[in-house]
Design a protein around this ligand. Structure first.
Ligand code: ATP
Length: 446
């Protein structure tokens, strides 16, 4: 760890070390913010993940500031002076300052990476009216703000001061020792009862940093597991989504599954080795796969359901408040997995497969491919569908049916569907053959 000793033995960074860790532009940005806070006579701190990651020597430019003062007014002032937009959340006393190109130029920042937005929060105390409920918050001091946090390693703050380095580190839970000892530890025994989302967070951070959950923290975590039932679907969904974006999601999912945490979300939410193996496969194939982090997380969501029947998948999706689009896609994925034997059977026609897969989303198909890489017949058919069958179109359309004197109705779809199927199954191979079949079908329909 790049640091020099301070009175309280906590590390402190010289300006050069900070510049190396955060980049000169980000450091200049922090210094400007510190100067403005000084002018306003407000104490301001960098908090949470960025301080933890400075100690861990991990790159992190998510700048979260806590002020003993009005964070919203402060962010608005910065935007007025330097440009950019603010997004304010009055009930929480927080604001985001979004930097645009004018602000970047006014702040004279270099070409190095800088965060696109910076978070400001008023230091606060929290009180939980009931287990797993959202807390009532009130303005407070930095120490109180740090004590309400999830883990000691996240309850760290750096007091940033205009022009002077090193900055003092505040560490009420001795997170520094826990970083050295590689431990995830809560700040008080009620922590998981107050907020059971911290159960998910504990495993997520432990996996990311290769830490273990300290033993008394593990004890109170285990005791609080039933509290997960009280969490809103939205809060659980958010945590699972963050987990699916981690480097090794399958390990975190396996840890949670081992403690039967998924069944607390919904009785039927059973995650087996199957899902964790597939998530691992997804991760291993990620570098070759097209798509951004959102696409990969969406695929991950599907794989969580690979041992779950369609009806249950819909119930679990409702519990988690998944969007209609994602929920339908996952239901299609479950339906698809239930038909794998039929898909691979030699007697199943390509046209029937196409009709079935046309009702399944592209993501569900990609997820099903990950699940069936070893079943060559199924894999080949799904790939043929994606590369070829689904693109097949007839040359004849509804206008030809009108011209043939057929009364409009469901029969139109049936005939066009049969013609498309005949192309896909190789029963017709030319426009002439298509017309012959068309005339035969029209005659039958009349
Ligand atoms: P990441 O590196 O994943 O962004 P982070 O530590 O920055 O992680 P955030 O979720 O962005 O975490 O939250 C910022 C800070 O807010 C955390 O470091 C922690 O101190 C605090 N925090 C977030 N969620 C909770 C929670 N559920 N309970 C208590 N404190 C929390």
């Amino acid at each position: 760890m790049g640091r020099s000793g301070t009175l309280d033995q906590r590390p402190a960074w010289t300006r050069e070390q900070l510049s190396e860790a955060l980049g000169e532009s980000a450091l200049r940005l922090i210094a400007t913010i510190a100067k403005r806070a000084h002018a306003e006579n407000i104490a301001i701190y960098l908090v949470g993940g960025v301080v933890r990651d400075l100690l861990l020597e991990r790159e992190n430019l998510d700048l979260d500031f806590v002020l003993e003062g009005d964070a919203i007014a402060f962010a608005c002032k910065l935007a007025r002076i330097y440009g950019g937009e603010t997004e304010r959340h009055a009930p929480f006393g927080t604001a985001k300052w979004k930097l645009d190109s004018a602000a970047i130029s006014n702040l004279s920042l270099g070409s190095e990476a800088i965060p696109a937005q910076i978070d400001f929060a008023t230091a606060r105390t929290e009180e939980y009216p009931a287990p797993a409920a959202l807390p009532a918050v009130e303005p407070g001091l930095i120490w109180q703000d740090l004590r309400r946090r999830d883990f000691t390693v996240n309850a760290l703050a750096l007091r940033v001061e205009a022009g002077s380095c090193p900055w003092q580190m505040l560490d009420p839970g001795d997170g520094y020792s826990d970083i050295l000892g590689k431990k995830i530890r809560v700040l008080h025994a009620q922590s998981f009862i107050d907020d059971p989302t911290r159960i998910f967070r504990a495993f997520r951070f432990a996996s990311r940093f290769g830490f273990t959950i300290e033993s008394s923290t593990a004890d109170i975590l285990h005791a609080a597991i039933p509290m997960i039932q009280r969490l809103s679907g939205e809060r659980i969904r958010h945590e699972l989504d963050l987990i699916l974006r981690e480097k090794y999601p399958e390990r975190i999912i396996a840890d949670l599954s081992e403690l039967d945490i998924f069944s607390q979300i919904h009785d039927s939410f059973l995650i087996g080795m199957r899902s964790t193996g597939q998530l691992k496969r997804l991760r291993e194939h990620m570098p070759q796969m097209p798509g951004n982090a959102d696409d990969i997380a969406r695929l991950g969501w599907h794989l969580l359901f690979s041992s779950i029947a369609e009806d249950d998948a819909l119930l679990i999706s409702a519990r988690l408040g998944l969007t209609g689009d994602l929920s339908n896609s996952i239901a299609g994925f479950a339906r698809l997995l239930s038909k794998v034997d039929w898909l691979g059977a030699p007697a199943t026609k390509a046209s029937a497969i196409t009709r079935f897969l046309d009702g399944v989303s592209a993501t569900a198909l990609r997820a099903a491919l990950i699940c069936n890489v070893d079943d060559h017949a199924v894999k080949e058919r799904m790939e043929s569908y994606m590369a070829d069958w689904r693109h097949r179109r007839t040359t004849i359309d509804g206008n030809d049916l009108i011209r043939a004197g057929l009364a409009p109705g469901p029969i139109y779809r049936e005939i066009l569907d049969k013609l498309r199927g005949a192309w896909i199954d190789g029963e017709i191979e030319s426009g002439e053959q298509e017309r012959e079949l068309f005339l035969k079908l029209v005659k039958e329909a009349k």
